[in-house]
Design a protein around this ligand. Structure first.
Ligand code: SAH
Ligand code: SF4
Ligand code: F3S
Length: 436
């Protein structure tokens, strides 16, 4: 009888890709994927704890499985990811949801197979959280994102931005050897993947302190692989964004002309309190270098409002910076207090109503910029990489080299193809076009 798995993923691309690795492990154990959690023999939750709501969301959904588990006693429920890696959280989880069978952390994804086998043999829950991780090159991700493929280049983070939990739950920065990364990229391209995204919390510090090649050189070598494909990377920490990197982007047409460069705030006192290690002026300097080498490069960013001590004037600095840079889109967040971080101990936390008001104003500004940039597309021809079929719209969808989403009709399956579209309509962030 076929046994099924279901994975629920929260959080960033890193987690989405790790769920592909979990899927690989489960398929090696003989499970097949299923759409509905009710049909699963094993349900895995790959969690996130970057903000409180991400954590609550996961806890809520795990809580909802109590009934299902009662009626389906043999079902295995496994919880892993960043939430479980927080100090003491695995025990909280076990106490609150005793019907969870396996709890694992971010450093022992590769033990999952053994942990499941152990659980199959015993009644007691299997809980294993490790403090440190080593890089494992024996992974066989079951990729679900064709024609896009993610490749990890670094794990962990050493930056300790004062608001952020990632360094605590992902550990110190570790870089994969460049030859392994390049080999993985070559394999994916030979299999027909058309877009490679290199992943790391701070890709620009790749291989720092080792004898391996630098990040710009890594990009250069991957961009030299034969075949038509796009190369992206995220995330770039502005403090480590170099002129060399801007140069490499300008010289290698396969590298997309869109860079995600999270600024977080447009106020120097806030950036200092955030421990971001750059000023607004430094950041603008980096943007100017990038634009000097790659004039058509678009930028996206992450922004936080309501960081402890943020004044109205600080917030207006963020608004001015957004106007100045003209981001093509931005992820906007209300600061969320994370236990154990430096910012959680700051005493000037911002009231919720003030943060809410600020985020609304910021979202309105970001959206108006995105809309006006979209409108400029109408009448132009763009090359998009078709990624999926949107069943609701009944249209194929894909993105251009700048990351802009466009929809179009097609008689035949276009997923994985580069398609030229004449843009006929812009609606919010989305573009609509006709195939030419
Ligand atoms: N390593 C990446 C991204 C990490 S998390 C980087 O440094 O850019 C993605 C985004 O979540 C961050 O850029 C930040 O904007 C946001 N974030 C992180 N911690 C947060 C917190 N405590 N509250 C609100 N937003 C947060
Ligand atoms: Fe978090 Fe800062 Fe590291 Fe990004 S660079 S993961 S925001 S600590
Ligand atoms: Fe990603 Fe969330 Fe962990 S953003 S690194 S899954 S805390």
């Amino acid at each position: 009888m076929t046994k099924y798995y279901h994975i629920t993923t929260y959080g960033c691309q890193m987690n989405v890709h790790e769920s592909e690795k979990i899927a690989g492990i489960l398929s090696e154990l003989g499970y097949e994927s299923c759409e509905r959690i009710e049909d699963a023999d094993i349900a895995v939750f790959n969690t996130c704890c970057i903000r409180e709501n991400a954590e609550n969301h996961a806890f809520g959904n795990i809580g909802m499985l109590k009934k299902l588990k009662k009626s389906k006693k043999d079902m295995i429920i496994a919880v892993g990811g960043c939430l479980t890696q927080q100090i003491g959280k695995a025990d909280v989880l076990h106490e609150k949801y005793p019907y969870v069978d396996v709890i694992f952390g971010t450093h022992n994804l590769n033990d999952l197979k053994a942990l499941i086998i152990k659980k199959q043999k015993q009644k007691k829950a299997v809980i294993e959280i490790k403090d440190e991780g080593v890089i494992c090159e024996e992974e066989h991700p079951l990729r679900t994102s064709f024609p896009n493929a993610w490749i990890n280049i670094t794990y962990g983070c050493n930056n300790f931005c004062s608001y952020c939990i990632v360094p605590y739950v992902r550990g110190r920065e570790r870089s994969r050897r460049s030859e392994n990364i390049i080999r993985e990229a070559e394999e994916l391209i030979s299999k027909g993947y058309k877009e490679i995204t290199l992943l790391g919390q701070n890709v620009n510090s790749y291989a720092n302190g080792t004898d391996d090649i630098s990040f710009p050189e890594l990009l250069r070598r991957i961009a030299k692989i034969d075949g038509k494909f796009r190369l992206r990377f995220m995330t770039s920490h502005p403090k480590d964004f170099s002129e060399e990197l801007a140069k490499v982007i300008s010289e290698n047409p396969k590298i997309c002309h869109s860079v995600h460069l999270p600024v977080q705030s447009g106020s120097n006192p806030v950036l200092k309190a955030m421990n971001r290690k750059y000023t607004v002026e430094d950041y603008i300097g980096k943007v100017e270098i990038l634009k000097k080498y790659v004039p058509d490069c678009t930028l996206t960013t992450d922004l936080i409002v309501g960081f402890p001590g943020e004044t109205e004037e600080d917030f207006l600095g963020t608004m001015r910076l957004v106007e100045r840079v003209g981001y093509s889109s931005a992820f906007t967040f209300v600061y969320s207090k994370r236990e154990g971080t430096v910012a959680a101990r700051m005493d000037n936390q911002i009231p919720e109503d003030v943060s809410k008001d600020r985020i609304m104003r910021l979202i309105a500004l970001v959206n108006s910029q995105t809309r006006s940039q979209s409108a400029q597309y109408v009448g132009k021809t763009v090359e998009i990489l078709c990624e999926d079929f949107d069943t609701k719209k009944g249209l194929y969808q894909g993105r251009d080299g700048y990351g802009r989403m466009a929809y179009f009709a097609s008689d035949k399956n276009a997923i994985g193809e580069f398609v030229n579209l004449k843009i006929t309509e812009a609606n919010g962030i989305s573009l609509y076009g006709e195939r030419i």
